[in-house]
Design a protein around this ligand. Sequence first.
Ligand SMILES: Cc1ncc(COP(=O)(O)O)c(C=O)c1O
Length: 461
Amino acid sequence: MTTTPHVDIDRERIAELTAREARALDARTQASRDMYERARRTLSGGVASSYQVRDPWPIYLSRGQGPRVWDVDGNEMLDFHNGFGSMVQGHAHPAITRAVNARMELGTHFAAPTEDAIVVSEELSRRWGLPKWRYVNSGSEATMDAIRIARAVTGRDTIVKIAGSYHGHHDGVMVAIGAVPAELGDRESYASVPYGAGIPQAVAEMTVPVPFNDAPAMERRIDRLTEEGRPPACVIMEAAMMNLGVVLPEPGYLEAVRELTCARGIVLIFDEVKTGLCIAAGGATERFGVTPDMVTLAKALGGGLPSGAIGGTEEAFAVVEDGSVYQVGTYNGNPLSMAAARANLLEVLTAEAYRHLDALNDHILEGCRRVIESYGFPGYSIGVGSKGCVTFSPEPIVDYETFKANQDADLAELAWLYNLNRGVFMTPGREEEWTLSVTHSSEDCDAFIAAFEEMASDLTA
Ligand SMILES: Cc1ncc(COP(=O)(O)O)c(C=O)c1O
């Protein structure tokens, strides 16, 4: 990641262009506006999840095919949001559609095991080099169960997590995200700030945040926790942070965390809900060459159906197999999800698919880099596998503090409006990365680069 000399962007110009683009988007999404008026009467906030909220109204979609989606106004867009990275296989992929249709005819739910669940665990085991697997229905369930297993294995309660990282919506991990640095306090002893209301402080206190890309700081905090009589059960982390754009691990960082956690008998959990299946066949574990004790998967696993998985060592799963941890769920290993996951893994996300994704990502990252350089735009492009972004910061973002210090939310919002108005669908209102799908082409990526170039040109003219 490099940053080049850059121009100062006029804030008034950002505001002016934001107003212009917002007006244009409002004009072309009137059916979404009408749907919002109807939806909000019974569907709280007009959406199914608060992450879908958008002011003045959300963009309601009607269908997707390959790399494209259509909204209820009939606007056709290339999808770079891809369901928060769940749709790396593209929409309505024929292999997954076939598998799901075939399963529909045979019955969709028994709460009894089926062969597809075995095939999927065999393939995940091969990809991750972890012998044992279980299923859940979402990323939140995966991280919740993995933490429970870690606590049972170690007989300890404390969780260490990375400040700013998101691991789902259960109480134990809704800590130290979206907080302002002043609330978090000193880097050596970040506070356990709950994310939103309804989370008991006593539960939040059991989760201790540490900075990303700083193994010595993690070690010092773990030492202090041990002295205080609360050694951690686990470190749960993304090997590359995926909710502040993309923040890659610095050389040696993951290895140091692996060594440290091994030495202290702490279960290392890589939360691969976003990285898994999206940045390599075997996720971050393969890409960065560091194997944790447990991984959590969801999103891209089910090929567009709700699913999730936990993988781990024999030792980790011993507490499940001896019956001391209840890893349960009515819909775990649901036949429809498993049929989709099987087709997804064996027919869609093949070695060739990852070569295609890597080449596409190189293309889009390089295109964005060229725009940044030629307009002196304050930022840099960064990514891995199918994931990437332009980070609107002249300084490299290495952790949550550098993100908060340099975040340009206004530019992120403007970029989103430029994208939507030029047929590029991205995650609304958030510093999210793109996820490419196996159905995207380099011409599709050129459309993204062109929208970015138009914005860079308008801002620097
Ligand atoms: C890294 C990570 N872990 C866990 C989750 C939670 O997944 P879900 O929304 O499926 O519960 C997310 C969701 O964005 C995530 O990004």
